[in-house]
Every structure is written in structure tokens, then in C-alpha cells.
Write a protein that binds this ligand. Structure first.
Ligand code: ARG
Length: 271
């Protein structure tokens, strides 16, 4: 009888321990999965951006980081009820630091790709663009119309971008730079023949360059890809992503997103 009791007791203890472990696991994972609640209790969301990408993110003369995405995100955060902290980070370091939890979100013209979807969550897209090619307005690269004609040419890209991936996958001679500004300079100074860059940003940067220099750059008409931009978050941040998507819908239907695009297209002359 005594022996039976002790077997029963041990069984009861095991059942109790297992259910306590399950309960704490369940409540912990619920807690850590509620990324929105975590951000709300902090009162602040930290976003990482590479501010060399006008009109989406760039640095104003006074050092302030602004742009369509930054201002759109500030409106989203205000609607959620939290402040925004903007951190300037090299583009190719953003995904690893969002995955590790150093930053809550990547807001940096991220194109949605299947490869990236394996590591991060994308919010819903807010605009479409594509990769374009920029050349010096003279010389051999001017006749390029498609990627197949790039063979044997040196191409500059920003490291870690879809342009970087595209050019490498197509077996091109790629020079990858930490910033878009350096990639542009490599073309202007003759280190490379072509610069591969998202078309909206490329056009903006080429216009600014041509205003300030007597030598000119030129963007070719054909796009090498079609891409959609979206903010990125760590896997498991579903409640945060859902809250952001709800605001994206709201700001799309009330015209806020269109207004930001207009505002920053006029702003271009100030860059
Ligand atoms: N859209 C491209 C990509 O996702 C380039 C983005 C570069 N962004 C930046 N802020 N420099 O790879």
C-alpha cells in the first residue's frame, strides 16, 4: 500500500511538473510572440534604415533622416501610439540585426523576395519599382539595352541589395559598395561601366548628380526587374506586422501615401 502510494505520488508530481512546464512555455511564447504588446509597453519602436536612398530615406542638410518611408512609418507609429527611433545602419547589416532583435523593423526600401522571406516577415507592400542601369553619358555602355549585353562590363551595386543579387546571378563583374553614393561615384569616376540601382532612387540621384556636375550620367529605359517595397520584421512579429498592415490600408485609402510621394517629389530639388 505504502509502495503504491509512493508510485501514485511520483506520478502526480510528474503530471504536475509537466503541466507547469507546458503552462510556462505556453505563456512565455504567447508573451514573446506579442510583438505589438512589447512595443506598446516600451512606448517606442526602433527602425533601421540606410539613408542613402532618396526619396525613400535620405539625410537632410541638418543631419535629420527623412524620406517617404520614414515619414510614412512615423505616421503609422503615431497611429499605433508609439514613438519612433531611427537608426542609420549599412543596408547589408539590416536583415541580420532585425533577425537578432537589435532593431524592431527594417525600413529601407526592402524589395520583397522569396530568399528574404525565409529569414524575415514582410509587411504589405506600399509601392512598386524595378532595377535600372545607369551609365556615363558617353562611351561603350550607352548602347546597353539588356542584361545580356552587360557581359564583360564592370557593374557597381550597393552591397546586399537585389541589384547585387541580380548582377551576381547573371555572372556579371560586380563591385559591391557599402552605400549607393559610393556605387554612383564608382560609375562617375570611371571605376565601373554601369551602376545597377532601383529606378526611382537612381533617377533621383542621377538628376541631382547632373545638376551639380558638367559630366553627365544617364539612366537606361529598360528595367531588369519588377519589385515591391515593404518594411521587414523578425519572424514571429505577427501582431506588430498586422497592426502596421492595418495602418498601411488606412493610409493608402485616405490618400496619405500618395500625398507623401507628391511631397517628396517636390522636395527633390532640395536634396
Ligand atoms: N530595393 C533594393 C533591395 O531591396 C535596394 C534597397 C536599398 N535601400 C537603401 N535604403 N539603400 O535590395
Amino acid at each position: 500500500m505504502g509502495c503504491q502510494m509512493s508510485v501514485f505520488n511520483r506520478f502526480a508530481i510528474v503530471v504536475l511538473a509537466v503541466s507547469m512546464a507546458c503552462f510556462s512555455l505556453f505563456s512565455c511564447s504567447r508573451k514573446s510572440n506579442d510583438s505589438l504588446a512589447a512595443i506598446k509597453s516600451k512606448g517606442e519602436i526602433t527602425i533601421a534604415t540606410s539613408p542613402d536612398f532618396p526619396p525613400f530615406e535620405f539625410i537632410e542638410k541638418d543631419g535629420n533622416i527623412t524620406g517617404i518611408e520614414i515619414e510614412l512609418f512615423k505616421r503609422i507609429a503615431a497611429d499605433i501610439g508609439v514613438k519612433v527611433k531611427v537608426e542609420s545602419v549599412d543596408f547589408d547589416a539590416i536583415i541580420p540585426s532585425v533577425v537578432s532583435g537589435k532593431y524592431d523593423l527594417g525600413v529601407s526600401g526592402f524589395s520583397i523576395t522569396e530568399e528574404r522571406k525565409r529569414n524575415v516577415l514582410f509587411c504589405n507592400p506600399y509601392t512598386r519599382t524595378g532595377i535600372a542601369l545607369v551609365v556615363r553619358d558617353s562611351g561603350k555602355a550607352l548602347s546597353i539595352k539588356s542584361a545580356s549585353q552587360l557581359k564583360g562590363m564592370k557593374v557597381s551595386v550597393q552591397s546586399g541589395t537585389t541589384s547585387d543579387t541580380f548582377c551576381n546571378e547573371n555572372g556579371l563583374d560586380v563591385n559591391a559598395y557599402q552605400s549607393n553614393t559610393e556605387a554612383e561615384l564608382a560609375l562617375a569616376s570611371g571605376k565601373v561601366d554601369v551602376w545597377a540601382i532601383d529606378n526611382v532612387t537612381g533617377k533621383r540621384m542621377v538628376d541631382a548628380y547632373n545638376r551639380d556636375h558638367s559630366s553627365k550620367l544617364r539612366m537606361l529605359d529598360d528595367l531588369l526587374s519588377y519589385e515591391e517595397y515593404a518594411f521587414i520584421a523578425a519572424k514571429g512579429s505577427d501582431t506588430l506586422v498586422n497592426a502596421i498592415n492595418a495602418r498601411l490600408d488606412k493610409f493608402r485609402s485616405d490618400g496619405t501615401i500618395d500625398r507623401l510621394f507628391e511631397e517628396f517629389s517636390e522636395h527633390s530639388s532640395a536634396q
